[in-house]
Design a protein around this ligand. Structure first.
Ligand code: FES
Ligand code: FES
Length: 127
């Protein structure tokens, strides 16, 4: 299978890999999602400021190149966005940006789910 240049770039130089030290803090939203299709796992954390803007994000993904590239890309996309804006990101946007082939679409779904879960976790802590 031929990976797009953008996938290879994010896979070889993933952006924002890591973990925040204070996952239980109220300004952090955590997501841990797994794909039933392949067993890959993606961890995403967002740091939200008091204006509701995602000021930082990081990830760790145990999975294929497309899953790593998808998670790397979304950390770039969501930084600086409001929660409402970040919630509108769909897996189709990610798949299109990375030019993912059909068998790798579920990798982008994992990334969309991670964004939603991280936001939901943040909102639950701050309701
Ligand atoms: Fe797990 Fe993709 S099947 S790496
Ligand atoms: Fe399963 Fe990519 S092969 S997330």
């Amino acid at each position: 299978m031929a990976y797009s240049k953008k996938v290879i770039d994010h896979y070889e130089n993933p952006r924002n890999v890591g973990s925040f030290k204070n996952p239980h803090s109220n300004n952090i939203g955590n997501a841990l999602v797994g794909s039933p299709a392949c067993g890959d796992v993606m961890k995403l954390q967002i740091k939200v400021n008091n204006q509701g803007i995602i000021e930082d994000a990081c990830f760790k993904t145990y999975g294929c190149g497309s899953a790593i590239a998808s998670s790397s890309l979304i950390t770039e996309w969501i930084k600086g966005k409001s929660l409402q804006e970040a919630e509108t990101i769909r897996n189709t946007n990610i798949a299109k940006a990375l030019n993912l082939p059909p068998v790798k679409i579920h990798c982008s779904i994992l990334a969309e789910d991670a964004i939603k879960d991280a936001i939901a976790d943040y909102k639950k802590k701050n309701q």
